[in-house]
Design a protein around this ligand. Structure first.
Ligand SMILES: NC(=O)c1ccc[n+]([C@@H]2O[C@H](COP(=O)([O-])OP(=O)(O)OC[C@H]3O[C@@H](n4cnc5c(N)ncnc54)[C@H](OP(=O)(O)O)[C@@H]3O)[C@@H](O)[C@H]2O)c1
Length: 321
């Protein structure tokens, strides 16, 4: 079968498409005929050897997949439409995935939307519900709001009854974030003052930060009393922000880390519980993942280069068949 491969850690331009042996599923695994693979930030970092995970070379990138089950077993039936998540290895025509990381795909969502779901939406649910303790009626400020985790967070927050403000770098991304469900959008340039205006000087209850870098201090300044800032990622790649802890004391605020993979991997069944909690939102349309661009398998590397150049809208997806 055909698979994308990282054979040397020279970044996305060095990816290869090679013929490899089809996987032989273990007893606890589901064999999936892959239709679509989602492009994820960790793929970019993995291709450069900059991710916390260091798979042996050669390896196949690809975290989120959607497709059909190849054979009955583990509670799934041949031909069933599913989405699934793996640490890497998704960019291939067939993938064997542990049943606990495989999820039935609702009829109203196509394979492209399915490949946009697992990592970003389960991360958003974990961040908002588990780490922030988000309550209905609260306001959430979402950085990178036209990106993958950003658009997922807008929709999950809406499903939990929150008002959302998306922070973006361009007017095009602002429009995309509003179409994805943001109640308000602000440009990153000067975002703190606009957020103060929009909240009548009160500030927001939760900030979800996938960007890091020099916006961090202004994000802290956007928090209202007992606000929580969620540290999710460092897409800006400018170095890790530092916190002057007197700011936390002055306004009774928290900075909370969000490591969805670390949490979910230690708790078998947790991802399935999360999927069950999100299913009603997938079925009523609150969750409708926005897919920006679909690339052929040969352009997996180009899709990562576009992500690196900040050109991605929503989730980018690779068509495998
Ligand atoms: N902690 C967890 O459990 C967890 C789970 C999943 C992902 N993540 C992390 O979350 C981060 C975002 O992932 P994603 O899939 O949402 O990525 P994405 O779709 O590329 O979105 C990231 C957003 O960050 C903004 N950005 C600002 N500076 C950037 C730069 N120099 N390069 C690229 N983007 C920049 C961009 O928005 P603007 O142009 O509008 O500023 C972009 O839309 C990554 O660091 C990823 O590793 C963490």
């Amino acid at each position: 079968m055909r698979a994308v491969q990282v054979t040397r850690l020279d970044g996305p331009q060095a990816l290869e498409i090679n013929d490899v042996a089809a996987p032989q599923p273990a007893a606890h695994e589901v064999l999936i005929d892959v239709h679509r693979v989602g492009i994820s930030f960790p793929d970019l970092l993995l291709s450069r050897g900059q991710y916390q995970l260091k798979p042996e070379l050669p390896f196949t990138p690809g975290v989120d997949i959607a497709g059909t089950v190849a054979a009955d077993g583990n509670g799934f039936t041949a031909g069933q439409r599913v989405a699934a998540v793996v640490p890497y290895g998704g960019g291939a025509e067939q993938v064997a995935v542990p049943a606990m990381f495989t999820f039935p795909l609702p009829d109203r969502l196509d394979y492209e939307q399915g490949a946009a779901l697992p990592m970003n939406y389960l991360t958003a649910e974990f961040a908002l519900a588990e780490r922030a303790g988000l309550r209905s009626g609260e306001t959430v400020l979402v950085h990178g709001a036209a990106g993958g985790v950003g658009t997922a967070t807008l929709q999950v927050a809406k499903g939990l009854g929150a008002t959302t403000i998306g922070v973006v770098s361009t007017e095009e991304k602002a429009e995309f974030a509003r179409a994805a469900g943001a109640d308000h959008t602000v440009l990153v340039d000067g975002f703190k003052d606009r957020v103060k205006e929009l909240t009548g000087g009160q500030g927001v209850d939760v900030v979800l930060d996938v960007v890091g870098g020099d916006i961090f201090t202004d994000s802290l300044r956007c928090l209202g009393s007992q606000g929580r800032l969620l540290v999710v990622g460092f897409a800006a790649g400018q170095g890790i922000p530092e916190v002057k802890v007197n700011r936390l004391l002055l306004n009774n605020t928290d900075v909370r880390g969000v490591g969805w993979g670390e949490y979910a991997m230690k708790r078998p069944g947790y991802m399935q519980e999360q999927w069950q909690r999100l299913l009603p939102l997938m079925e009523d349309g609150t969750i409708t993942p926005p897919v920006g661009k679909v690339y052929p398998l040969e352009q997996f590397g180009q899709a990562l280069i576009d992500m690196d150049n900040r050109l991605t809208l929503g989730k980018s997806v690779i068509a495998v068949r």
